[in-house]
Design a protein around this ligand. Structure first.
Ligand code: HEM
Length: 496
């Protein structure tokens, strides 16, 4: 029986302390981890590989089949950790006990392998075994792709915007190595680099990712200071149960069918082989520019209120108007101020109570990227992406190594970037008519690419008066590629 990709109910046990049923585990042993749930490790290295000797490279891929973390192993490792954390609470010295247990029974290092279209070609993969997504086939460097997304050109004369040299090359495969210890990641990444060097390939480029947190074990944040990684489609019943509000009624249902992210892997096992398409984008964040923009908007808010200078509350509100959430994760459609980073960050909300954008502007990053029903179209939920990003901070440059998984790059990531974030007419007036004299919504102020224009923002939270401000772009696309994350059975076959 094939896996039901249109599943109405989320998969697996509702209780996160249970084992996976064997009929599901059979598939999850062949699907890579980090698709249906984030690997959650704090450190990672991304090794971009160029194959030189196809036959040797295929053998190397085969050798990775036994080392890649499957979704099944990810579940089992997390189960062990959950049990350790629960048991620790019963001990007299929980933290010390937990640390000792985690050291003794540490999870294995997390590994993913992904292949680009150029990689499949270089490996000499038969056409019938190559995934067929239209965007994947053209690749991220393709002129049609960069034009569609408003990306800078891959290469340009000196002094003009262009991609980083590492991303200007042909990138055939990507290995993700992740762990909570940066030292363990470095060791494993070096070991893989050596093996690749001996087996028909070279590391063409490397990125280093480090999770930023509020406090030692607090929520994840990104470089502009906002809690990140909160809202994502959920596939496991245990995750959906955990997200359920007390009354059991979702206002925004985070669950998703497997078909949002999985497709049949044409090169994998006929029955169990499934994979996903990954978008990789290195996005540099200009913190000074972002803070300047936030200050410009905060000053406009203060002056509309009869005050000359912006105070901290104005700056907080300006940041929330831009992002859609305050730094502590509180959605601006529900909260007028931030209250400090807590444990549970609200995600069960929609924008029904704010049809005119009086609390959360239509252009806010989270409203552009997930309108939560604003468009009235059932297709909106199918455009969701599965975000697996990690921050970077290397040689004075900071930003996000943005990764997202989906079953269709044109209908999900590309649609979101082009038709929502880059389109000044989304959401208004494309979906809702403009009131007389009103400006169009404009770009997503975080990741919109295109002509920056003056935008309207609520003068006060919940107020239908508007102020105007023009914000510059503070995120720059430095390069990337489209990949397929194949089944483990494909990797095995490649090496046979
Ligand atoms: C440097 C670049 C970026 C930054 C700083 C950033 C930051 C954030 C933050 C702070 C959140 C709110 C927390 C959360 O719900 O997880 C968020 C949500 C989100 N972002 Fe981004 N993001 C970036 C790039 C992107 C890109 C390239 C896309 C896709 C085109 C994207 C799509 C989303 C989506 C879908 C959500 C969830 C919205 C929701 O469900 O409410 N982000 N982002």
């Amino acid at each position: 029986m094939p896996l039901d990709l249109a599943n109405k109910s989320p998969i697996g046990p509702k209780d996160a302390f249970s084992d996976l049923p064997s009929d599901l585990d059979m598939y999850l042993r062949d699907i890579q981890g980090n698709i249906l749930k984030s690997h959650g490790r704090d450190h990672s290295q991304h090794l971009f590989i160029q194959f030189t000797e196809p036959a040797e490279a295929r053998k190397w891929l085969g050798s990775m089949a036994g080392r890649v973390t499957s979704a099944s192993k990810q579940w089992k490792d997390s189960l062990q950790r959950r049990k350790i954390f629960a048991e620790a609470e019963k001990q007299s010295y929980p933290a010390a006990w937990r640390e000792a247990q985690l050291t003794e029974r540490a999870s294995d290092i997390f590994i993913n392998v992904l292949i680009s279209k150029k990689g499949y070609d270089k490996l000499g993969t038969p056409a019938g075994q190559i995934p067929q997504d239209a965007a994947f086939l053209r690749g991220a460097q393709n002129k049609e792709t960069t034009t569609k997304l408003g990306d800078p050109p891959v290469s340009a004369p000196a002094g003009h915007d262009q991609w980083e040299a590492g991303f200007q090359q042909d990138l055939h495969a990507l290995v993700i190595v992740a762990d909570d210890s940066a030292a363990k990641v470095a060791l494993e990444a070096d070991r893989i680099s050596d093996e690749v060097g001996r087996s028909g390939g070279r590391i063409a480029h490397r990125e280093i990712g480090t999770v930023l947190r509020y406090g030692e074990n607090g929520p994840v944040r990104e470089h502009f200071g906002f809690v990140d990684g909160v809202s994502n489609p959920l596939f496991y019943a245990a995750d959906v149960e955990k997200a359920k509000p007390v009354d059991g009624q979702f206002r925004f249902d985070p669950s998703a069918p497997l078909g949002l992210v999985l497709v049949k892997d044409p090169g994998g096992d006929k029955e169990t082989g499934y994979g996903t398409y990954f978008v990789y984008r290195k996005l540099e964040q200009n913190i000074a520019q972002f803070n300047h923009d936030r200050f410009v908007l905060a000053t406009a808010i203060a002056q509309a209120d009869g005050r000359e200078a912006a105070n901290e509350a104005d700056k907080d509100l300006a940041g929330a108007y831009i992002m859609g959430r305050f730094r502590d994760g509180a959605p601006v459609v529900e909260f007028a101020s931030e209250s400090g980073v807590g444990k549970d960050i609200p995600n069960n909300f929609d924008y029904k109570q704010d049809p005119n954008g009086d609390k959360c502007p239509f252009q806010a990053h989270t409203r552009k990227t997930n309108p939560r029903g604003d468009t009235g179209s059932p297709l909106e939920r199918d455009a969701r992406i599965v975000r697996r990003a990690i921050s970077f901070d290397v040689a004075g440059k900071v930003g996000l190594l943005f990764l997202c998984a989906q079953s269709s790059i044109p209908n999900q990531f590309e649609f979101m970037q082009k038709s929502w974030c880059n389109d000044p007419k989304f959401l208004r007036p494309e979906v809702r008519p403009n009131p007389p004299g009103a400006l169009d919504t404009g770009l997503d102020p975080i990741i919109g690419q295109g002509e920056v224009t003056e935008q309207e923002w609520p003068q006060k939270h919940g107020n239908n008066e508007r102020i105007k401000a023009t914000l510059k772009q503070s995120v720059t696309m430095m390069g990337g590629e489209y990949f397929f994350m194949p089944s483990l059975s494909f990797l095995e076959k490649a090496g046979a």
